[in-house]
Design a protein around this ligand. Structure first.
Ligand code: Z5A
Length: 231
């Protein structure tokens, strides 16, 4: 994935569409295992939503701020042994900064924020994947985010074998988490699904569908979430 920092909308062109939901303040999160297609979907969604007139901010975790990017380097470093609870605390330290410096201010001025991963990733990877208890993890996440919650979480549910094949084709070097075995990634996938099934603000989408099908389904869900915010 290529985003280094939270990325801003380009300046408006003279014929840019009028902002039709300038105070929508919508927070959309995209979740899924690595290689599930999140970055691909987010780029297409941001383009379409800007076409709808939204002031879109794309961001990601871990990352989104200079501190978040520094934590990301440490977090993904293959040479560094990191204990499960340290992982959870590192990503949540970065998340607290991200919420305070980027997400909350963007929502406060009515922007539409799309974030690649958020608290579900901690529950799925450090909880279901690493085996940490979920309730303490939820408490740590809550400290990091306060009252900031996604209006909609889209889960790209993609089989581990499919995601792995895609990453092989993409040819990017494996990081500290990606190199975990298939059983780990299966637990993470199951975790994401359980979290999605237990909440009305989640929508699971079959990650094996074509990019176009996933995009269409996701855009409809985002537009419905925006509609619910502004009506
Ligand atoms: N992590 C954690 O443990 N705890 C936390 O709290 C948080 C994170 C926040 C960050 O990895 C790692 O941090 C992550 C979890 C952990 N580790 N893992 N595993 P990252 O940010 O480096 O990467 P990622 O977010 O996991 O995913 P990614 O590599 O960026 O993949 P993606 O965005 O999901 O997929 P993509 O790049 O859009 O697509 C992959 C390829 O598939 C690409 O060639 C596409 O062209 C292709 N593609 C996409 N969609 C399709 C469809 N529909 N059909 C066919 N091919 C497709």
């Amino acid at each position: 994935m290529s985003m280094a920092l939270a990325s801003e909308s380009p300046p408006s062109a003279p014929d840019a569409p009028r902002l039709i939901h300038s105070n929508a303040s919508v927070f959309i999160v995209i979740e899924g295992i690595e290689g599930s297609g999140k970055s691909t979907l987010i780029a297409a969604l941001a383009h379409a939503l800007r076409g709808d007139g939204h002031d879109v901010l794309m961001t990601r975790e871990p990352g989104g701020t200079p501190l978040g990017d520094a934590v990301r380097e440490i977090f993904l470093d293959r040479a560094l042994p990191i204990a499960p609870m340290t992982e959870a605390l590192l990503v949540n330290a970065a998340r607290a900064q991200h919420v305070s410096d980027v997400i909350r201010p963007a929502l406060a001025v009515g922007r539409l924020v799309i974030c690649d991963r958020f608290t579900d990733s901690t529950l799925a990877y450090q909880g279901y994947g690493r085996g940490l208890e979920l309730e303490p993890l939820r408490a740590v996440c809550k400290i990091a985010v306060g009252d900031v919650e996604p209006n909609l979480t889209l889960l790209l549910d993609t089989p581990v074998s499919v995601a792995r094949d895609r990453l092989r084709t993409r040819g990017v070097a494996t990081d500290r988490i990606e190199r975990e075995d298939d059983a780990f990634h299966e637990r993470v996938r199951r975790g994401f699904l359980e979290l999605a099934e237990s909440s009305p603000r989640h929508r699971a989408i079959d990650g094996r569908l074509s990019e176009k099908q996933i995009f269409d389904e996701s855009l409809n869900a985002v537009r419905a979430a925006v509609g619910a915010r502004v009506s």
